[in-house]
Design a protein around this ligand. Structure first.
Ligand SMILES: NC(=O)c1ccc[n+]([C@@H]2O[C@H](COP(=O)([O-])OP(=O)(O)OC[C@H]3O[C@@H](n4cnc5c(N)ncnc54)[C@H](OP(=O)(O)O)[C@@H]3O)[C@@H](O)[C@H]2O)c1
Length: 463
């Protein structure tokens, strides 16, 4: 992230939110824009335009914007009035070119003849991605100096649909102008994995397949599916969490660090390792489970078999990595909130099999930290024949401690404004990740859905 540059950007930027009446806009985007404004990171010439089918006067939209910031933002509210002056609302259909022509006229009027860059944020369900892409291309794209599209996961429902979607977008737009967003990549401790690896070779000397006995990535939540029941019941934990969030973390951990730090080189390495991730195709290497009260939720399909918990064992087809099992585990309505990468090291020949292991840990939730957990044998233990160990932990917080701390959405929107794409996905990464998950989905019918108690540690195994 480039710090403190946006203020100096003189060009006019128009930030359009399609689906501005929806949840994502209220929960995340409006507060993120305010966060950037408070931190002086929005360009001086910046206009925000909410777009939705719902007809409403500008004042009503401003009230929604204001309420969202008041409810969700951690910032002082003293600059909210000032930001609201930059906010407009435009009502139209997503599939009507005539509405987009009217939108284009509206944008030109707002720009008062100045050249403008347009950022189009797709905060709508994927069914309307296509029509918006087409209609923007026929109208706004022609009149703006530059247009950037921001699309948020899910990108399709399998490899085929993702490929179709990505092809559709790239018919009219250069890949460099398409920002494919996974908000996990906006989280500071996840960005730190890459930053620490790029700047501290000591970490890379440790993250070597030959020295590692196992990698585990956990994303456990106490929350249930909340208000996203309709969406979640079609998707489940495997597709919602593993397909992008957890495989992206795995890529950041296992990718080679390129010689150059530019976005293309980083993406090439990330995409390369993702293309080497393999699922065995065996039902024994996957677990699907559901929390017991899920069936009582309103809005789910009767007897829904969707997974609210999933485990997946993977391997990486690389000389350095192929013997290292990778375990991804995620679930909702569990007994803890924990997002963590655990890298377990092989033991020394001198150590017995019973000896405790050393770990390198990146914790994202509840604490943001990196930890090297070393062990040493206890010598004060009375019975010298019994092995007892104590842990010597080297731990450092990864929390933001500067004046310039942005949440995930603000950080990624800031990157879009600046044209920084390091923490966005490439087409290749998305397709490689779907290849893995498509293969997992093929064994879903052979894998018995397990059930777990609400608030427990997950499904109980037979063995
Ligand atoms: N909510 C989250 O926390 C979250 C997190 C990650 C990703 N996402 C993704 O971000 C996108 C937006 O999420 P959201 O939760 O804000 O969705 P949403 O509330 O269901 O929809 C956003 C807006 O899109 C319009 N819309 C809804 N259904 C439509 C349909 N069938 N056809 C045309 N327009 C429709 C509605 O606005 P109008 O009727 O006013 O046009 C609605 O207010 C989705 O792709 C979602 O998967 C959401």
């Amino acid at each position: 992230m480039k710090i403190g540059m946006n203020k100096t950007t003189k060009k006019l930027q128009q930030f359009i939110i399609f689906g501005a009446t929806g949840d994502l806009a209220s929960l995340m985007l409006f507060p993120a824009l305010y966060e950037l404004f408070v931190q002086n990171q929005l360009p001086e010439n910046f206009q925000i335009i909410g777009y939705g089918r719902s007809a409403m006067p500008r004042e009503e939209f401003l009230k929604k914007f204001e309420a969202s910031v008041k409810n969700r933002s951690k910032q002082k509210l003293n600059k909210l009035e000032e930001l609201l002056k930059k906010v407009e609302y435009f009502s139209g259909q997503y599939d009507q070119e005539s509405d987009f022509r009217a939108l284009d006229d509206f944008l030109k009027k707002m720009a008062k003849g100045k050249a403008r860059e347009v950022i189009a944020y797709f905060s709508v369900p994927p069914v309307v991605f296509g029509p918006i892409v087409d209609n923007l291309a026929a109208t706004v794209k022609k009149s703006a100096k530059k247009i950037k599209l921001v699309l948020e996961k899910p990108f399709g429902t399998d490899e085929k649909s993702a490929e179709k979607l990505l092809k559709e977008i790239s018919r009219f737009y250069d890949q460099s102008d398409i920002y494919l967003l996974d908000h996990y990549l906006g989280k500071r401790p996840i960005q730190s994995i890459l930053k620490l690896r790029m700047e501290n070779n000591v970490i890379n000397l440790m993250i070597k397949g030959q020295e590692i006995s196992r990698i585990t990535i956990l994303a456990l939540e106490k929350n249930d599916v909340g208000q996203r029941v309709g969406y979640y019941d079609q998707v489940g934990a495997m597709k919602d969490m593993m397909q992008s969030h957890l495989l992206q973390i795995l890529a950041l951990i296992t990718m080679d660090i390129p010689v150059k730090a530019d976005t293309e080189s980083l993406r090439r390495e990330k995409s390369s390792i993702l293309s080497a991730v393999r699922f065995s195709g065996k039902a024994a290497d996957v677990v699907f489970a559901q929390y017991k009260s899920y069936q009582k939720l309103e809005g789910i399909v009767k007897n829904s078999k969707i997974d609210t918990y999933a485990e997946l064992k993977l391997q990486i087809d690389r000389r350095d990595w192929y013997e290292v099992p990778v375990h991804l585990i995620t679930g909702k309505k569990l007994d803890q909130d924990l997002t963590k990468v655990i890298i377990e090291f092989k033991k020394m020949p001198i150590q017995s099999a019973k000896a405790a292991s050393n770990f390198l840990i990146f914790e994202i939730k509840p604490h943001e930290l990196v930890k090297l957990a070393l062990i040493q044998r206890r010598t004060d233990f009375k019975n010298a024949k019994v092995e007892a160990y104590e842990s010597v932990d080297l731990e450092q917080g990864l929390m933001c401690q500067t004046d310039f701390c942005l949440g995930p959405y603000a950080s990624l929107i800031n990157d879009v404004i600046l044209g920084e794409k390091r923490f966005f996905l490439s087409f290749e990464e998305i397709l490689s990740a779907w290849k893995v998950i498509d293969k997992v989905e093929k064994v879903r019918s052979k894998s018995k859905l397990l059930y777990y108690e609400d608030g427990s540690s997950g499904p109980k195994r037979q063995n």
